[in-house]
Design a protein around this ligand. Structure first.
Ligand code: AMP
Length: 115
């Protein structure tokens, strides 16, 4: 499995603005926010891409990632006005860090289609 900057954040070797942590997942503020609320939710186990998900084996972790996104949307008070959840996959998908992460974006009106 590839080592990424997120592995170092999980091991607390690099500081991040953590907003939620359990035995299985970590959520922290994106260092280069694209919206007033921009949080990344990652599994602690190393899964490089959404296409590497092994279902149903990874079902529980995926479920916890989505449950955390919805909980954080409430905590950050963007649940009523809405928000966007994004998994970028691979280079055409715009993925830079090869450790599965869900972007939670909110606090502004999103555009469609994405660039
Ligand atoms: P992606 O392009 O989908 O792979 O998203 C990677 C995200 O990780 C980008 O939005 C980056 O701003 C974010 N990022 C990279 N390094 C860090 C870091 N040290 N702390 C927080 N977010 C980071």
């Amino acid at each position: 499995m590839g080592e990424t900057i997120f592995s170092k954040i999980i091991r607390k070797e690099i500081q991040a603005d953590v907003v939620c942590e359990t035995d299985n997942i970590l959520a922290f503020k994106d260092i280069n926010p694209q919206a007033p609320i921009h949080i990344l939710i990652i599994p602690k186990i190393e899964i490089p891409r959404i296409s590497d998900l092994n279902l149903p084996t990874h079902g529980e972790i995926l479920s916890e990632i989505f449950a955390t996104a919805n909980k954080l949307a409430k905590d950050f008070k963007i649940d009523k006005e809405g928000y966007r959840l994004v998994f970028n996959c691979g280079s055409n998908g715009g993925q830079e860090v090869e450790h599965l992460h869900l972007h939670l974006l909110g606090g502004r009106k999103m555009k469609w289609p994405p660039g």
